[in-house]
Design a binder for this molecule. Structure first.
Ligand code: XUL
Ligand code: CO
Length: 487
């Protein structure tokens, strides 16, 4: 009796220990192997059997039911095959699911434990769990009708004790993902290397002051590029996870920027060596986790690429929540990238006006979506980029169906934005208003200013001749009135 109680108590403590580990941030879960359980092996979570049947029973393929539908598991605005401005909605939108949020997002925050107890999870970060999770991913994509997905190397496969073991884990999961891609016709929008969770990257990866960390990061990116290529990925993303500084007092700014450029050049070289034809994308973000991230915003990133002769090799992945954190609108960041031919992909999400960090919410603001789609249409679409839902459920949303509802809502919002933006552009009133504001540049001198070089002396002569320029209205209120009439 006493022995049984003792065992029970021991088991209870072990269970709590495991739970505590699960309750840590995702970073630690990735590194944690204490609660590991393989299929068919007894653990404190019970017997782990190979998963049988559907991961999302009761949820069938999401259909388009039109704007009058009240069904939360149906599209009201996104009709994949419908043509808008001569292109199918699915080709304008090129949606993708972000594996890290949808399948690794635990709901943990700095104040609380994970809240998502997805039925397919067994509480481990084992290879067996990674393989099962990948199957869930493909069922989710198929039912949602999203044809692409994005991943970090360490989301899809557990970190091993050595780089070699991590690579072997990755190879095993990638082999399954490749098979599932072939079976479903789903493909990879982009892959990336996770260079921010492991403690070795606490000072950065390409900008770490430690050459050993720089080398480790390079090896990780090399492998992540190879597996992205293996999966037929259309792009490869660099988000500078911890490429930045906490204080300039201990930082050699020039050295770190020079190192980052050398690292990116090596990636360009490796892309060519392995014959990867996808686009290399840089994802700007101003702060978090470091107080100053080097790829602050689109303009800073493009300036950096130009300075180091890399501008022809990269495009940008604009994330809306990162845009607002940098003090810009998403529309601004998209337009800055577009006008310089650098818009490659959009991480579709939004922040919260009252919250000062990256909340990664599904975009539900129709006005915002219309502005985003105005740029996308002007850009002629995003391909080979797309809209990756770098968005997560709120911590309190714990039902499996919430995963579907979040994505459906985000997809419908952008689809509605596309419909609005197409009408707004076809109508032409806003473009007329803009053209009118610049009409004096249609004069002979205006054309010369734009096309040739006009000296200050010539302009001075003209200023005397023309006299005081009349004040002309910016017509902002009218522009806003026209815009909102399309929402
Ligand atoms: C972090 C973020 C990343 C990148 C990929 O804020 O957006 O998930 O998109 O590393
Ligand atoms: Co992102």
């Amino acid at each position: 009796m006493l022995a049984t109680m003792k065992t029970a108590r021991l088991l209870f403590f072990f269970f709590c220990f495991c739970l505590f580990h699960v309750a840590l941030s995702e970073d630690e879960i990735i590194a944690d192997r204490t609660c590991r359980a393989e299929p068919g092996v007894e653990s404190d979570f019970g017997i782990h059997k190979e998963w049988e049947g559907e991961f999302f029973p009761g949820i069938s393929k999401i259909k388009y039911e039109g704007p009058l539908s009240k069904n939360p598991l149906a599209f009201k605005w996104y009709n994949a095959e419908e043509e808008i401005l001569g292109k199918k909605m699915k080709d304008w939108l090129r949606f993708s699911v972000a594996f890290w949020h949808t399948f690794r997002g635990s709901g943990a925050d700095p104040f609380g434990a994970p809240t998502k107890n997805w039925p397919w999870e067994d509480g481990t970060n084992s290879l067996a769990m990674a393989l099962r999770r990948m199957k869930a991913n493909f069922e989710f994509l198929t039912k949602l009708g999203v044809e692409m997905w994005c991943f970090h190397d360490r989301d899809i496969a557990p970190d091993g004790k050595t780089l070699m073991e991590s690579n072997a884990n990755l190879d095993a999961v990638v082999a399954l993902a490749k098979q599932l891609q072939e079976e479903t016709g789903i493909h990879t929008l982009w892959g990336t290397a996770q260079l921010f969770m492991h403690p070795r990257y606490m000072h950065g990866a390409a900008t770490s002051p430690d050459a050993r960390v720089y080398a480790y990061a390079a090896a990780q990116v090399k492998k992540a590029m190879e597996v992205t290529h293996e999966l037929g990925g259309e792009n490869f993303v660099f988000w500078g996870g911890r490429e930045g500084y906490q204080t300039l007092l201990n930082t050699d700014l020039k050295k770190e920027l020079d190192h980052m450029a050398k690292f990116l050049q090596a990636a360009v070289n490796w892309k060519k060596t392995i014959g990867f034809n996808g686009t290399l994308l840089i994802e700007p973000k101003p702060q978090e986790p470091t107080k100053h991230q080097y790829d602050w915003d689109a303009a800073t990133t493009m300036g950096f690429l130009q300075r180091y002769g890399l501008a022809g090799e990269f495009k940008l992945n604009i994330e809306c929540n990162h845009a607002t954190l940098s003090g810009h609108s998403c529309h601004h960041e998209l337009e800055m990238s577009r006008i310089y031919g650098m818009l490659g992909n959009i991480d579709a999400n939004t922040g919260d006006a009252q919250t000062g960090w990256d909340t990664d919410q599904f975009l539900t603001d129709i006005g915002e979506a219309t502005l985003v789609m105005l740029t996308v249409i002007k850009n002629g679409g995003l391909a080979p980029g797309g809209f990756n839902f770098d968005a997560k459920l709120r911590r309190e949303s714990v039902d499996v169906e919430d995963l579907f509802i979040g994505h459906i809502s985000g997809m419908d919002t952008l689809a509605r934005g596309l419909r609005n933006a197409a009408k707004l552009l076809q109508d032409g009133k806003l473009s007329e208003l803009v053209a009118k504001r610049y009409e004096t540049f249609n004069s002979k001198l205006g054309a010369l200013i734009e096309e040739e070089e006009v000296s200050f002396e010539e302009l001075e002569k003209k200023a005397h001749e023309w006299g005081e320029p009349p004040l002309s209205s910016g017509k902002q209120e009218l522009a806003e009135m026209i815009f909102q009439s399309y929402l």
